[in-house]
Design a protein around this ligand. Structure first.
Ligand code: COA
Length: 336
């Protein structure tokens, strides 16, 4: 049976570091509140003169390719996960294709917008294409520029302290080595809660003649609406379920996990999962302290840093788990 293996991971984060103290100057918040409720100390914000969603994805991909000793020309498919694309359309995947010089090769680019679950959804899509034999080398990217959509005001402070910018990438390749690579992926969604974490405007379904109107600029409707308490309650349940599903599907137990890399939503959520699973702290990766929640980029940035720190080694059992807007949630179990 053909498997897909992650042969390289990479990431890119913008240079600009924004601390909680910086945010204190913009709205009624405090370093203590942010750290206590989210675990975040700082995040990165993009530089509009040089960083775009697609080129941050390209820079993360280049690092992943280099570490994998794979040439960009070998890529057969791009899967690009983001909810903050460069344009309304086309998606950022084609822009990254062009940036990597792969436009002449006309390889396919798929854009997916499953928010914080986007990277794991993307991994699942890439895995299916490799397992069926259609493609040999696929890059999965998660990239986000959240900062340009945040509102630094008291009415939006519960949202704007959480999010940050960045990109991460994984190169997947076909392999015939049995029992190694992506063992399984698991995806779920529940549209009942679509409006509990969403940006409404400019959408196409508001029974308005025009999609974008001048008065929207003052409305919160063009900013993220987040029912934080509800999101939190669902997240902790779904994370636990989808991790258990991945372990069960492969006849593994939580004791077999070498590293759990959860979506970096909130340190309290991660700590809850770690304690419920009774995993040692060293087996659960966290970097939300330095980057905030980077939505689709959070898992690949974490994977890339964990790998570079030597926390992911050949043959390790790595579990990825995500939850986010939709609600959507997903997991992947990988024998590295
Ligand atoms: N600074 C200071 N105070 C703030 C604040 C901020 N940035 N944001 C909200 N508050 C205040 C509220 O106004 C409220 O004040 P009140 O008690 O006087 O009414 C108080 O803090 C508590 O607000 P609440 O919303 O109940 O806090 P919380 O403990 O639920 O924490 C979140 C808020 C957003 C941190 C938390 O709900 C959360 O992390 N949810 C999950 C979000 C998430 O993971 N989203 C991404 C999904 S992938």
């Amino acid at each position: 049976m053909r498997n897909s293996r992650i042969v390289g991971v990479g990431h890119f984060v913008p240079d600009q570091v924004v601390s909680n103290q910086d945010l204190e100057k913009l709205m009624d918040t405090s370093n203590d509140w942010i750290i206590e409720r989210t675990g975040i100390s700082e995040r990165r914000f993009f530089d509009h003169t040089k960083d775009t969603c697609a080129n941050m994805g390209a820079r993360a991909t280049k690092m992943a390719l280099e570490r994998a000793h794979v040439d960009a020309s070998e890529i057969d498919l791009i899967v690009f996960a983001t909810i903050t694309p460069d344009y309304m359309f086309p998606g950022s995947g084609v822009l990254m294709q062009r940036e990597l010089g792969l436009d002449k090769k006309t390889i396919a680019a798929i854009d997916i917008r499953n928010a914080c679950s986007g990277f794991v959804y993307g991994l699942s899509i890439a895995d299916q294409f490799i397992k069926t034999g259609m493609y040999k080398t696929v890059v999965v990217v998660g990239a986000e520029i959240q900062s340009s959509a945040l509102e630094f005001s008291d009415r939006q402070r519960h949202v704007s302290v959480i999010f940050g910018d960045g990109a991460g990438a994984a190169i997947l390749q076909a392999s015939d080595v049995a029992g190694k690579g992506i063992l399984s992926t698991h995806m779920h969604a529940d549209g009942t809660f679509a409006e509990e974490l969403y940006v409404r405007d400019p959408g196409s379904s508001r029974k308005r003649e025009e999609r974008l109107t001048a008065d929207m600029l003052d409305e919160v409707s063009i900013k993220a609406h987040m029912n934080g308490n509800l999101v939190f309650k669902h997240a902790v349940v779904r994370f636990m379920e989808v991790i258990a599903e991945a372990l069960q599907a492969n006849g593994k137990t939580k004791e077999d996990i070498d590293l759990l890399v959860p979506h970096q939503a909130n340190l309290r959520i991660t700590n809850f999962i770690q304690q419920k699973l009774q995993l040692d702290e060293s087996k659960v990766y966290s970097n939300i302290q330095r980057y905030g929640n980077t939505t689709a980029a959070s898992i690949p940035i974490a994977l890339s840093e964990a790998w570079a720190e030597g926390k992911i080694k050949e043959n390790d059992l790595v579990c990825l788990a995500a939850f986010g807007s939709g609600f959507t949630w997903a997991s992947a179990l990988i024998q590295w």
